[in-house]
Structure formats: C-alpha cells, structure tokens
Design a binder for this molecule. Structure first.
Ligand SMILES: *[C@@H]1O[C@H](CO)[C@@H](O)[C@H](O)[C@H]1NC(C)=O
Ligand SMILES: *[C@@H]1O[C@H](CO)[C@@H](O)[C@H](O)[C@H]1NC(C)=O
Ligand SMILES: *[C@@H]1O[C@H](CO)[C@@H](O)[C@H](O)[C@H]1NC(C)=O
Ligand SMILES: *[C@@H]1O[C@H](CO)[C@@H](O)[C@H](O)[C@H]1NC(C)=O
Ligand SMILES: *[C@@H]1O[C@H](CO)[C@@H](O)[C@H](O)[C@H]1NC(C)=O
Ligand SMILES: *[C@@H]1O[C@H](CO)[C@@H](O)[C@H](O)[C@H]1NC(C)=O
Length: 531
C-alpha cells in the first residue's frame, strides 16, 4: 500500500516527528484487511493533539539485548603512514583525486584515533554500551596486503585497544575489512579480481590467530553492496569505477567468495578453540512497493534482490537470486553477449558459500518506493546494473532527511527487519550493526538524531515483540563525527562531536549521547517501561 497518502495528514506543528509516527502505525497494517481498520483509526488520530501522540514503544528491551556504537578504521584513525602502515585505496584515492572529495579532505588525520583511542574507549565506557564495533586496517597490519610482511606495531595498536575494551567490559565486534583495501590489491584489479578472495582469507587467518583471544564476534566484510555499486559500478566511492554492466556483479562474486573462504578458515581452524562467531555486514535501504499493483510489488522484490539479495542470497539461501539470474541473463543475450554478464558460481562454489554466517548483521539508513519500469528491451547495448533491475526508486519528499542516503522512515526499518527474518534461510538472530542520523551542522543540540534513533529503536521493539523478529542488538553509527568518504567532513553522524579545526580533535558529547546513555541505563525509550 502507499504510505505516502498518510504521511502529510497530521500535526502541522511538528510534521517530521508525527508524520513518521503516523506512517509507523500504517506500516504495521500491511495487509488489506487492516487497511479498512486504518481508515477508522486515522480520524481519531487527527483529532488528537500532536503532543499526546507518542509513537514510541513502551516495552523494555529484552534482558539479553545489546547496545553499541560503531566506527571504522579509515574514517577515524588517521596515522595514515604512521609506524609502518602501508598505503591503502582511500589514502591513494584522496591523495590522487582530491577534487573528488568534499573540501578536498582526506583521512590522513581524521579523528586522530590512532593516538586518541583511549579517549574513545572512555567515551564508550561512560556511555555504558555493551559492544563497540570497530574495524581493522588491513594495510596497518599487512603493509603490502600479503602475510609475508607483518607490521607488529599495527598489531600492537589493536591489541592495546582490545585489551582496554576487555578491561572495561566492552565486547568488541571486529570488522576485518571496511573498505580500506591495501593499494597493491587495487592495482591487481581490486574486487574485480576473484583471487582477492584467497588473499583476504590469508589476512583473516592471521587476524583470527593474533586477535582471536580477545574477539568472539567477527565480521568479515562491511557493506559489499555499497562497495560494488558505488566503487565499481557507478562511481561515487573509491576506486570510482564506472563498470555498471559487469563490475557490480564481478565485485559481488569476489566479495561473497572472500567472505566464505574466511568463514571456513575460522570454522576449520579456530572455532573449536576460540568458540566465536562470524558474519558479514549487509546493507540495504528498504524497498517499498509504490502501489498494490502486481508490477510494483514485483519491482520492490526485484530491488531487494539486486541490493541485499546479491550478497545475502548466496550466503544464506545458495546462489544468486533467481530474479537476478533471469534479468541479467535475458538482457545479456539481447545485448549480444555469449553468456550472462552475471558470473556463474560452480556447484562447488554454491555449496562453499551457502550457510557461511552465524547470525545476520544489518546496516540500514533509508527507505524508498519502487515502481515498475519496463527495461526488458530498453537501451539494449548499454549494459547497466540499473537497467538490469528495471525499477524506478524514489522517496517521499515529506520524509525528514538532510542528506540523500538517510531518511526518517521507521516503518521501513520494521519492514526490512521482517524481510530479512523471513527471506533468508537459517537466520535465527539479527544484530543491527549500523543505523543513525546524518546532519551537516554537528550541532550539540541534535534533537533530530534523538528523534531518528528513538523511532528506529521503537520500530525495532515492534519487530521484536509484535512480529517475533529476533533482533538482539543495535549499534549506532557513529560514536564520533568522522570522515564520511567522498563527503569528507561535511556530513556528521556522531553522537560525539569532533572539532576537525582543532589539532587535538577535541571530542564533545552531543545531547544524543546523553539521551542514548539514558536509554541504555533504563533499557527503555521512555521514562519507564512495561516489561
Ligand atoms: C503501553 O503501550 C500499550 C500499547 O500502546 C498500551 O496499551 C499500554 O497502556 C501502555 N502501558 C503503559 C504503562 O503506558
Ligand atoms: C612492500 O611494498 C613496498 C612498497 O611498494 C616495497 O618497497 C617493499 O619491498 C614491499 N615489501 C615486501 C616484503 O613485499
Ligand atoms: C529469461 O527470463 C526467463 C524468465 O523471465 C527465464 O526463464 C529465462 O531463463 C531467462 N533467460 C536467460 C538467458 O537467463
Ligand atoms: C521485448 O522484445 C521482444 C522482441 O521484440 C518481444 O517479443 C517482447 O515482448 C518484448 N518484451 C517486453 C517486456 O517488452
Ligand atoms: C535469539 O537469539 C539469541 C542469541 O543467539 C538466542 O539465544 C535465542 O534463542 C534466539 N531466539 C529465538 C526465538 O530464536
Ligand atoms: C534544543 O532544541 C530544542 C528544539 O529546537 C529546544 O527545545 C531545546 O531547548 C534545545 N536545548 C538546548 C540545550 O539548547
């Protein structure tokens, strides 16, 4: 159904908050039977003043639920050439193409966490989080990318962090790779090169060996979709390649293979002694059908298959989604290719990749509507990922948003949690490994961030208690304002402000930090909750 029609009805004095509260209600009513009920409810809400409409779930978070905060190596560390670190893709990209980054910024210093990590851990401790999601810089540990040259100082940096987290009773969620590819592998073709899967597995083996004593939760790769679409398909992120017809799929192929090989290394060589778990972080916006028309419903399914499905389907269900196989296959034949542009997995590879996840890690920030576009015979001769997909995506302009990849649509988050839960085989637990609000001012009074996170956490509780989706953790992105890739330092997502004009990179908690701390302490979004 079309949520759009409900989103502008209420509360002219506080449109954002209450519009989302209203659509949150609408999203719980996903079937036709409920639609008629909604027609009855709407007039009642209209007659209520906005202040009296609280859309927040009043249940306590489950006792085993874990709260956390996240960062990533290139976005916060700086120390880009300190103590033997090798050059990585983002060092090279920002230095070589400064004009591709807002204000010609780079991550050379970033939040200076290479030197200020103790302060970061103190902020986490004061916040009261259960876990901290951080990533390891591959080229800090292996300056040449390969295990023949290990940088002990890089290893020590992370050991110090992991020991201090342990001393403070904060569980590390460690991502092996968050986009900062050692430069040598970029020169060998980056994620287009399937051999990268073997190099990644060797790097993973080293990390399991040297850090495994401290780490019980491993994440192999962060958001391959964003890497493959933006880095290798349509530009916009390093390496900025425009190979939308083949590149996205080649990149997806290598990513899921790399993940699977690293998973099996852990499974065979470390699981018995370390007893940890391994997953991959997958990201997607929620794709909502623009209307009830079958072609729009199919368009939304297709959008999910081409975004999350390219990665989740091989890992959880086996092989690419059928809809992707069919669409890319048909267009490829029409275009005169001898075979599909979608690389084929061998039956052995399908088996190798399937089932390589111990729980589901989800990153999400936005929602869009999906409308059918007949691209079956359109622009043949222009191999293109979006033409393969054949979906027009758009946002409701009334949704609160400051940047183009984050929008306040809590009902979309709830739908996405339900989708992941129902769509993928063997998922018995979902951890939200990133979610948060972007602004451009880094104001300390960040009420819009509090609104966003509170409504998303409320939608999460709805999914848990009302829909039976086993979501066991939430990780806010980000602990700190940081280097937001090609957006430089112009987009701020931290619950702690960082002064990038100050050589000391002074950190100042925002109001959202204090608010989140209270939620964690009370385990409740309101002043008090129902158990
Ligand atoms: C909690 O929310 C439910 C559902 O909105 C409502 O029925 C109940 O009265 C609320 N309980 C309290 C104590 O606020
Ligand atoms: C690592 O890379 C650097 C820079 O390309 C090179 O000078 C050095 O010889 C390499 N070291 C090893 C052990 O491969
Ligand atoms: C084209 O799509 C149809 C389903 O729509 C599928 O049966 C067929 O196998 C596809 N062709 C190729 C070459 O993938
Ligand atoms: C695509 O073109 C073929 C050949 O002209 C035609 O048979 C088919 O119906 C077209 N499909 C669509 C969806 O337009
Ligand atoms: C939810 O996940 C937790 C942690 O893995 C597990 O202990 C629990 O049994 C799961 N609950 C359900 C209903 O699957
Ligand atoms: C923050 O902003 C809100 C709304 O704009 C306002 O009500 C509140 O007083 C402000 N708080 C501070 C500390 O400035």
């Amino acid at each position: 159904m079309n949520h759009k029609m409900f989103s502008q009805v209420f509360c002219t004095d506080n449109v954002n908050k209450n519009a989302s509260g209203t659509v949150a209600l609408a999203s719980t009513l996903e079937n036709a039977k409920m639609l008629s009920l909604l027609a009855l409810i709407v007039p009642l809400i209209v007659s209520t003043s906005c202040d009296e409409v609280s859309s927040l779930n009043n249940r306590s978070f489950p006792t085993n639920f874990k709260f956390g905060a996240a960062t990533a190596s290139y976005q916060i560390e700086g120390g880009w050439n300190a103590d033997g670190k090798g050059e990585n893709l983002w060092d090279w990209y920002t230095h070589t193409f400064p004009d591709k980054i807002q204000n010609r910024d780079n991550g050379d210093v970033a939040c200076n966490s290479y030197y200020k990590w103790k302060e970061d851990i103190q902020l986490l401790k004061d916040l009261g989080v259960n876990h901290y999601r951080l990533s390891l810089s591959w080229s800090r540990i292996l300056p040449n990318g390969t295990v023949n040259n290990v940088n002990q100082k890089g290893i020590n940096y992370y050991i110090n962090i992991l020991e201090t987290l342990r001393a403070n009773n904060i569980e590390p969620l460690v991502t092996l790779y968050h986009w900062d590819l050692p430069l040598v592998f970029h020169e060998l073709g980056g994620w287009y090169n399937p051999l990268l899967a073997d190099y990644f597995a060797e790097y993973a083996r080293l990390c399991f060996k040297v850090f495994g004593k401290y780490v019980k939760t491993w994440i192999t790769i962060n958001e391959p979709q964003t890497t493959c679409v933006q880095g290798y398909g349509i530009g916009g992120k390093a390496p900025g390649y425009l190979h939308s017809g083949e590149g996205v799929y080649q990149c997806a192929f290598t990513n899921v293979l790399a993940h699977a090989k690293a998973y099996h290394v852990y499974d065979k060589e470390f699981r018995a002694s370390q007893n940890g778990r391994v997953s991959i972080v997958l990201d997607s916006a929620w794709a909502e059908a623009a209307s009830d028309k079958p072609e729009d419903v199919l368009a939304a399914e297709t959008a999910m298959a081409f975004s999350m499905g390219l990665y989740a389907n091989p890992i959880y269900n086996g092989n690419w989604p059928q809809i992707v196989i069919d669409r890319v296959g048909n267009r490829s034949l029409n275009e005169g290719f001898p075979a599909s542009r979608l690389p084929q997995f061998t039956p052995e590879q399908i088996q190798l990749i399937k089932g390589t996840s111990d729980f589901f890690c989800l990153n999400t920030y936005a929602t869009s509507y999906s409308q059918y576009q007949n691209t079956v015979n359109e622009s043949i001769g222009t191999p293109d990922y979006h033409l393969d997909m054949g979906v027009r995506s758009y946002r409701d302009p009334s949704w609160s948003a400051v940047v183009d990849w984050v929008a306040l649509v809590p009902w979309g988050f709830r739908s996405l949690l339900n989708y992941v839960w129902n769509q993928y085989d063997g998922v018995n637990e979902i951890v939200v490994t990133e979610n948060g609000w972007a602004d451009v001012e880094s104001t300390l009074n960040d009420t819009a961030r509090i609104t966003y996170v509170s409504e998303y956490l409320s939608a999460l509780l709805d999914a848990y208690y009302e829909d039976g989706v086993n979501v066991t953790g939430y990780t806010v992105w980000s602990l700190l304002d940081n280097f937001e890739w090609t957006n430089g330092y112009t987009q701020k997502l931290g619950i702690v402000q960082v002064d990038f004009n100050d050589p000391d990179r002074t950190r100042t908690p925002k109001e959202s930090y204090g608010w989140y701390k209270g939620v964690i302490a009370r385990r409740c979004l309101l002043e008090s909750c129902v158990n």
